[in-house]
Ligand binder design. Structure first.
Ligand code: FMN
Length: 337
């Protein structure tokens, strides 16, 4: 995929699906692909693990067939290693590369990677420039407002990345130490859109089609990137598309939720085996059923379940007495990312 096609697709679909460690693995990307997104992104992979052909990382780099553009998010700092990783990723048929400049994990920032790259704008730009010169697919970056509230340097970093040849920039509207604090306004996106020539993608707090539309209209950003609210909720893709196109949106029925969850579980099983699938499903299952009553108790039970218990639950779960008719509130997922 070249830069022009990437930008054109972004401007047509207005949605780019996020990297979510532990969630946007191959099985979930297969599920998401059936909801017709323009773009899919892997979980972040470390450049050194790609270069070493680490077995777990190779599993993350399975490409999903289909018309969507498939991207890989790469974490790292060393330009030679990032270039070597990028060349391998492109040789595997991926369509774009995203550079992680937002991860706040201490393990990552200690090495000067993730959001720590925002502290060193010159190096971040050198990294992008090395990648742009080495591969012929679009290179994007995912940044935050800054590493801390007192250093919100997103605009100057964006300018440098643009000069270095980045194709688009996703801005997660929080600083490194904000984790998942509520977002109060989107003025930083408006400011970046007005300042930059490259497309800006708004990220943070996109929980519904309505919110996605409001952000698109208010900020004039090229696209939005949902995050947490996509977990166990692939329907968000269609909800956002419907809101943008002003077409009616039909939320999934309980049976549809069960069907897609079952398919997800099968894909997890093929990929990780029965036990691996159960471990992953523990963190996903209840997101498929947000209307469940006594969610906290249900979650506790689910977190102890083994493969056979999930299989049974997927056969026996019905919409009474578990399901209340109204959504009980927002999901909260705090995994320390
Ligand atoms: C479980 C989880 C895993 C994440 N993994 C990544 C990742 O691998 N790379 C990345 O750039 N951001 C990652 N993020 C951040 C999201 O992509 C997104 O920027 C963030 O959740 C803000 O959007 P939201 O408020 O809609 O959740 C992760 C977030 C969560 C909750």
């Amino acid at each position: 995929m070249n830069q022009a096609t990437f930008v054109q697709t972004l401007q047509q679909t207005h949605v780019l699906l996020p990297p979510l460690t532990g969630y946007t693995d191959y099985p979930y990307r297969v599920v998401l692909a059936s909801f017709h997104p323009g773009f899919l992104t892997t979980e972040m992979v470390h450049s050194s693990a790609v270069v070493r052909r680490n077995a777990r990382t190779m599993l993350m780099l399975k490409r999903v067939e289909g018309p969507q553009a498939n991207g890989v998010q790469v974490l790292g700092r060393n330009p030679e290693e990032m270039v070597a990783a990028a060349k391998f990723i492109v040789s595997e048929g991926f369509d774009f590369l995203d550079v992680n400049m937002g991860c706040t994990s201490r393990k990552v920032t200690r090495r000067g990677e993730g959001v720590a790259l925002m502290r060193d704008e010159e190096h971040a730009a050198r990294l992008i420039s090395a990648l742009v010169n080495a591969v012929d697919v679009p290179v994007t970056a995912k940044i935050r407002l800054g590493p801390t509230p007192s250093k919100q340097n997103y605009l100057s970093l964006c300018r440098r990345l643009q000069d270095a040849g980045v194709t688009a920039i996703t801005i997660h509207g929080r600083t490194g130490d904000h984790k998942f604090a509520p977002l109060t306004n989107q003025s930083y996106i408006t400011e970046a859109v007005a300042d930059l020539q490259v497309p800006v993608i708004a990220n943070g707090g996109i929980s519904s089609g309505g919110i996605a539309c409001t952000i698109l209209h208010q900020t004039r950003c090229a696209a939005v990137m949902p995050g947490r609210y996509l977990i166990g909720n692939p329907w968000l893709v269609g909800e956002i598309h419907s809101a943008i196109q002003e077409t009616p949106y039909q939320p999934p029925s309980f049976e549809e939720r069960k069907e897609v969850c079952r398919r997800h579980f099968e894909l997890l099983t093929s990929c990780y085996g029965c036990h691996g699938a159960a471990i992953r499903m523990r963190g996903i299952f209840s997101h498929y059923f947000p209307f469940i009553r006594n969610r906290a108790a249900f979650n506790r039970d689910v977190h102890l379940m083994e493969y056979a218990e999930f299989q049974r639950l997927l056969q026996t779960l019905d919409d009474s007495p578990w399901i209340s008719t109204r959504e009980t509130g927002q999901k909260t997922i705090h995994d320390g990312y």
